[in-house]
Design a protein around this ligand. Structure first.
Ligand SMILES: *Cc1c(COP(=O)(O)O)cnc(C)c1O
Length: 540
């Protein structure tokens, strides 16, 4: 009998490049105290066992689908306790913000207040259906309208498109609005300018919308090079082919773009429009209004700034605030306040109401559950609380930056404080050591790694966003761990090459896993001849 078919093996020197710290004797089961090894569902389940005592062959409806009737689902059967244990064991191998500090830069992995969850579960919000008659969901429409009001107020913009379902989807909404506005004035343009430090979604969105993407260079201080941008824009007018710039502010080096207003003025003078990637809004909420910086469209990641759960497959939500220039082109549907209630403007009525909308982005009205959580977060913090969010996010990142700059190279530390995230490079590591070794070493220390090798403008980048919900004690723990791991990378400690040694799995071939995902289980041949490799993408 194979006790441990999927084979978690305690560290063996053949797995790794360097010496392995002593881990003690292997266990017979493969379990390590409370860390339980868990095979695949297909390896523990059996085809003729089920937790359901319903006789499917006797089901009267079975014959109604005739030839379409499925003969076999080929799923492994488990009893209820077996299924519960399987998924609980797997869940314990995951890292989560509810377990500890999650320093993934650009992702804003902060605590999700339980109050948000309580409100989102109230029946009046949780149980509404998007196809209900509007007069029966007035409260839900009021909630969308109220959240819209606060997003407009916090950003100093004119309107907000609530329906986009993530940051990247919001970028698309912004660019489609910009295109509609340019086409409406008979001035279709073909180029979108994006700084080198931009989040990968920015150039991807521009290309997806059919634009040619061109880089804007960065200065040595990690900011947009205004002179280069102006040179590219030229004198503007009908000869200018630049439809828009997409700028992240604060940018992905964790730095504020102090010349944002000058950038916007230059783009407007050339006849283009300004898109701002607002994913980092948590660094400036309550302190800076993007509308004052000349921005025409900006998405807000509700799941980052306003703390709705994400990163574990939780849904995103990316409302887009718009300037006067873009309001007429906003997507449908949108909520309007009438004399005695709220109403959705949809395709059928939009034109009559003066909208030049570019169309619809989603089937219904957006992520209602995220709207509820974000509004609960905004109202429970209040104006002073939201301002403190930004201040504490920036304070925590600067604490991390200053506590590590003597052991890690901080390329922009000389140009003043950072915003909500601190960036380091791999300069000074021993020959053969790189950022990945530090990331894997952090796993052994019990932390999720930081964002690695992004943004591309910093060599071997380590982007750390502690967020405002970490206490000083928790930051200190993380700093001690990272100082130790960074010290090992600088000293060329070969044991670091073996990390992670305490995780359920060692260093995996992540490229192969992404390029050739094994999506279906194939029973290994009885003689063990099967390589264990399942069907590749699309195959079974
Ligand atoms: C997270 C992020 C995005 C994309 O947002 P999604 O909701 O993941 O689509 C875009 N830009 C920046 C700077 C981000 O941090």
């Amino acid at each position: 009998m194979t006790i441990n078919p999927s084979g978690w093996r305690p560290a063996s020197p053949s797995d790794v490049h360097g010496e392995v710290p002593a881990l003690g004797p292997a266990t017979m089961t493969g379990n390590r105290a409370l860390m339980l090894e868990e095979p695949l569902l297909f390896e523990i389940g059996s085809r003729d066992q089920t937790g359901v005592d319903f006789d499917f062959t006797a089901a009267a409806g079975a014959e109604r689908v005739g030839a379409l009737r499925r003969t076999s689902l080929d799923l492994p059967g488990l009893s209820e306790p077996e299924a519960v244990r399987h998924y609980t064991r797997l869940s314990r191998q995951n890292y989560a913000i509810d377990l500890g500090l999650f320093p993934l830069g650009s992702c804003t992995m902060k605590h999700n207040p339980r109050l948000n969850e309580k409100v989102a579960r109230m029946a009046g919000f949780a149980d509404v259906h998007p196809l209900q008659p509007q007069e029966t969901v007035q409260g839900a429409l009021e909630l969308i309208d109220t959240l819209a009001h606060w997003l407009i107020t916090l950003t100093g913009m004119r309107a907000v498109a609530m329906s986009p379902k993530a940051g990247a989807h919001g970028e698309m909404c912004g660019l489609l609005s910009i295109r509609a506005a340019l086409e409406a004035r008979g001035d279709a343009r073909s180029v979108v300018l994006v700084p080198e430090s931009a989040h990968g979604t920015n150039p991807a969105t521009a290309a997806f919308c059919g634009y040619k993407v061109e880089d804007i260079p960065a200065t040595a201080a990690g900011r947009v090079d205004l002179a280069a941008l102006k040179a590219r824009l030229g004198v503007g007018g009908p000869d200018c082919d630049v439809a828009a710039v997409m700028i992240t502010n604060p940018n992905t080096c964790g730095l504020f773009e102090p010349e944002m207003k000058a950038i916007s003025d230059a783009v407007h003078a050339a006849g283009g429009l300004v898109y701002c990637d607002g994913a980092n809004f948590n660094a400036i909420v309550g302190r800076v209004r993007p509308g004052d910086l000349g921005i025409d469209a900006m998405h807000i990641n509700l799941h980052k700034t306003f703390s709705t759960p994400h990163g574990g497959g939780g849904p995103g939500s990316g409302p887009v605030v718009l300037s006067d220039a873009l309001v007429p082109f906003a997507p449908l549907p949108y909520v309007v306040k009438t004399g005695d209630g709220y109403r959705l403007v949809e395709e059928e009525t939009a034109q009559a109401e003066g909208s030049d909308s570019f169309g619809r982005m989603v089937a219904f009205h957006g992520q209602m559950g995220m709207f509820t959580r974000a509004l609960a977060y905004i109202l429970s913090h209040g104006a002073d609380g939201l301002r403190q969010v930004a201040e504490d996010a920036v304070l925590n990142a600067n604490y991390v930056l200053r506590s590590l700059e003597d052991v890690l190279d901080a390329p922009f530390a000389g140009s003043g404080p950072c915003m909500h995230e601190a960036i380091f490079s791999d300069r000074g590591f021993a020959e053969g050591f790189s950022t990945i070794d530090v990331a894997k070493g952090l796993i052994d220390e019990g932390f999720h790694p930081m964002t690695m090798y992004f943004p591309l403008v910093v060599h071997g980048a380590m982007l750390i966003e502690p967020t405002e919900t970490e206490s000083k004690a928790s930051l200190d723990q993380f700093i001690v761990a990272l100082r130790s791991v960074a010290g090992r990378a600088k000293a060329g400690d070969e044991t670091l090459k073996a990390a992670p040694v305490f995780a359920p799995r060692r260093r995996l071939d992540e490229t192969l896993a992404a390029r050739r995902p094994v999506l279906a289980f194939r029973t290994p041949a009885p003689d063990g001849a099967d390589s264990g490799e399942g069907a590749e993408l699309g195959g079974r």
